[in-house]
Write a protein of this length. Structure first.
Length: 173
């Protein structure tokens, strides 16, 4: 999946709230469809969370509803140069969020299909861990995908990461 929304680098404090438990975090960048949050929290893709975000130092936090799109783990010795955390898709946000990042709020009902929660039928499909790597680079990732077969899981993973990546293989999760 390629990014459809422009990212804006913003550094602000927030709290991720999952199952009633808050976890402090730092927003690294934002867009109209999502944000990346530096945190030690480990949440599986698809997990729905609330994000209490302070747009300015003195104001009240606003609450966004989101879904974990990806998790980026970084070894402890590299945290000073690389950000580990969560990529989060915005499911709902108040107009103040869009105003603060200089973007128009999406019209109700126009969210891309990939931003909606997965349909219940996807839960009945087996899950695969698909390893992908950059075609012309050193980066690699492991994605968790629900699919009918290993081959289909690889295709879905490549669709999610976009061009410039290749699948190295899939194994049942």
């Amino acid at each position: 999946m390629s990014r459809a929304a422009k990212r804006h680098k913003r550094r602000m404090f927030c709290e991720i709230v999952h199952e009633g438990r808050p976890q402090r975090a730092i927003v690294i960048d934002v867009s109209r469809t999502g944000l990346f949050v530096q945190t030690a929290a480990r949440l599986a893709p698809g997990t729905e969370i609330d994000i209490d975000l302070r747009l300015d130092s003195g104001g009240e936090p606003i609450r966004l509803r989101g879904s974990v799109a990806r998790q980026k783990a970084v070894p402890a010795q590299l945290t000073s140069i690389a950000h580990g955390g969560l990529g989060i898709r915005i499911l709902s946000a108040p107009r103040a969020y869009y105003d603060a990042i200089g973007e128009r709020a999406p019209w109700p009902g126009t969210a891309r299909r990939t931003e909606a929660p997965a349909p219940p039928a996807a839960a009945s499909k087996p899950r695969f861990r698909v390893r992908v790597k950059q075609t012309d680079g050193p980066r690699s990732r492991v994605l968790d995908v629900a699919a009918e077969s290993e081959e289909r899981a690889c295709k879905l993973a490549l669709r999610e990461v976009g061009p410039g990546w290749e699948a190295l293989g899939a194994e049942r999760a």
